[in-house]
Design a protein around this ligand. Structure first.
Ligand code: ZN
Length: 331
């Protein structure tokens, strides 16, 4: 039996809907195939906590204005804090604007703060381009992917640190910060233990498997870290999962099982791809991720492939050699 979506939060993109006592989901548009990112508005005695900021472009700003007005949150006066779950531009992008619009502090995991300052200010895309090319991506694709994946993103002047294990008080709600590396090295989720609610960001979603990629700046072995983060969440006691994309759902342990199985299957598909001869990660990604993809999506397909090939090496099921380009083959 596959995990099913809940009956909650079926509102159109651009609108807010209640998902629990004092918690609303607002679907913000994004200008890419995911179509929307879900942010959460949590009411508290001292003001509202906003979980994630969305992608910064005019339709999302309009949805912020309209969505908060619907729930009775005055953006200029009523926001206590903004929590950003990880560095990706569909979550962090609008944080600077939202921070200025609300006057509220923007908070991220402590280790994410120097990381975002570095990654979103880097004007030197050279090493990233080389990384893609070394893994077999044709130069023209690599150049166009680099232009859309690495750019300067305006950040809040000040970002306040959150620490794993720490509890945030949101009205009568105590929400614990859990560090779950994998999709991003410093991905956090928020767990309301008393109400069994998990603000899952991009760690666990339904209908979409989070991108687990090996990027030049990634800490080693992202897939191993992701699988370990998933295992740690088993039995957490959350019967409502509020993800960053896709439908809201209830069966946390069921979805953990599905995601682990998905990666096992994908590892086996990749292993078969490199069983006849050595292949570059890009060649493998073209076989595994078929169809017409944008250069941006080709880049994510490549890093996702790399994370799996790296995991096969870690498990002793494959070997890699690096000359001008990197190749993998079964051992
Ligand atoms: Zn993300």
């Amino acid at each position: 039996m596959r995990v099913a979506p809940s009956e909650l939060a079926t509102q159109p993109i651009g609108e807010a809907a209640p998902v629990a006592e004092g918690v609303w989901q607002l679907k913000l548009p994004v200008p890419f195939p995911l179509r929307f990112v879900s942010v959460y508005l949590v009411e508290g005695e001292d003001g509202w906590t906003l979980v994630d900021a969305g992608y910064d472009y005019p339709p999302a700003r309009e949805a912020w204005e309209a969505g908060t007005a619907t729930v009775g949150c005055d953006l200029a006066r009523d926001v206590e804090r903004i929590v950003v779950t990880h560095f990706h531009p569909d979550h962090l992008g609008a944080a600077r604007w939202l921070g200025e619009r609300t006057g509220a502090p923007v908070c991220m995991m402590e280790r994410e703060i120097p990381f975002v300052r570095k990654i979103w200010s880097s004007s030197d895309a050279g090493p990233f381009l080389e990384y893609l090319a070394r893994n077999g991506m044709p130069e023209a694709t690599a150049a166009s992917a680099t232009a859309v994946v690495r750019y300067a993103l305006p950040l809040p002047e000040e970002i306040f640190p959150l620490r794993p294990g720490e509890e945030l008080t949101m009205g009568e709600r105590e929400v614990r910060i859990i560090h779950v590396p994998g999709h991003a090295d410093n991905q956090i989720v928020l767990h309301d233990e008393a109400r069994d609610i998990l603000f899952a960001a991009d760690h666990l979603m339904l209908g979409i498997t989070p991108n687990i990629g090996l990027w030049p700046e990634s800490e080693p072995h992202p897939l191993a870290r992701y699988l370990e983060s998933l295992e740690r969440m088993r039995g957490l006691g959350a019967d409502l999962v509020l993800p960053g994309h896709g439908p809201v759902f209830r069966d946390l342990d069921g979805r953990i099982g599905e995601l682990i199985l998905h990666h096992e299957e994908r590892l086996e598909v990749m292993r078969r791809e490199i069983s006849d001869r050595p292949k570059t990660p890009y060649e493998v990604s073209r076989q595994v991720f078929r169809g017409t993809l944008t250069d941006h999506q080709r880049c994510f397909a490549l890093t996702e492939t790399l994370a799996h090939l790296d995991h096969l090496v870690l498990e002793g099921r494959a070997e890699t050699t690096e000359a001008e380009t990197v190749v993998f083959q079964t051992s």
